[in-house]
Write a protein that binds this ligand. Sequence first.
Ligand SMILES: NC(=O)c1ccc[n+]([C@@H]2O[C@H](COP(=O)([O-])OP(=O)(O)OC[C@H]3O[C@@H](n4cnc5c(N)ncnc54)[C@H](OP(=O)(O)O)[C@@H]3O)[C@@H](O)[C@H]2O)c1
Length: 277
Amino acid sequence: MDSPTVLITGCGTGIGHATARAFEEAGWEVYATDPDPEALTDLEEAGCTTAKLDVTSAEDAEAVVEAMLDEHGRIDCLYNNTGYGQLGPVEEVPTDELREQLDVNFLGQHRLVRAVLPHMREQGEGTIVNMASIYGRTVFPGQGAYASSKWAVEALTDTLRVEVDDYGIDVVTIEPGPVETEFGERALETKEDLETTDAYDWFYRMYDEKRYDRRFIDRGIGYVQPERVAEVVVEAAESEDPQRRYVVGPWKALVYLGYVVPDSVRDRVYGLLKRFL
Ligand SMILES: NC(=O)c1ccc[n+]([C@@H]2O[C@H](COP(=O)([O-])OP(=O)(O)OC[C@H]3O[C@@H](n4cnc5c(N)ncnc54)[C@H](OP(=O)(O)O)[C@@H]3O)[C@@H](O)[C@H]2O)c1
């Protein structure tokens, strides 16, 4: 039988890059994509097919899907990996930056889902793996824009799972805690986009790299390497009966705690963090 095929977004660095390698090593035909194809040279050398794909472009998505169909006749897995973190107190995030956050992290996944689904339905099988985060099920001060995009991913993914179940398609969410990638560095850069007021000193203390070394972004307690997340994505794609969601890393406990701790207690803990950090 031919190798199964997977389409992955955002493979230039981090989790997407590690996952393209992991699928390749597991014997899949990998379509590794990124807005910057030059960032994919090593993946091409490793045997992946590479292509330009910016998730804000439906045309890019359709072109890669067409290429996969022409060359292999099927799409077995879509891994919607792409995402970045817009930092900032909610008031200071310009609406245009929030729109861009949702466009890349949330609408981008929807564009890809719409491009692959007609073919997966026709095949009568396939797996869609959508990257969320523990911030798809909890919140943290200074990360409201990012968490909003990931809560939206969770809602869309849970709905989609039920809607396409009749066509033999599995739909899965991945929810890592902190992962050591370029994510934190890029998130810190988004502070430059904020419309600053003098109302949120705690934010500038908590997200001061010199003070806390990205501890509240991707270097927190129990952070994991991108290869660990990659293993879980491949496991989900290869499973006959995948879990609905995979929480990756030791922050699992925090997610479950979120279900039992009342919102009032969570808010009080965050209030104390803001005052004492
Ligand atoms: N790191 C963490 O702590 C963590 C935790 C939980 C979940 N996640 C999620 O994991 C996913 C991957 O993040 P990462 O940690 O691997 O970050 P990363 O190292 O910054 O990688 C992000 C990738 O997305 C690509 N990208 C950016 N804008 C894009 C666009 N418009 N279209 C297509 N690709 C685009 C980037 O490409 P360029 O390099 O060419 O810009 C890069 O290859 C994200 O969805 C993130 O929210 C990360």
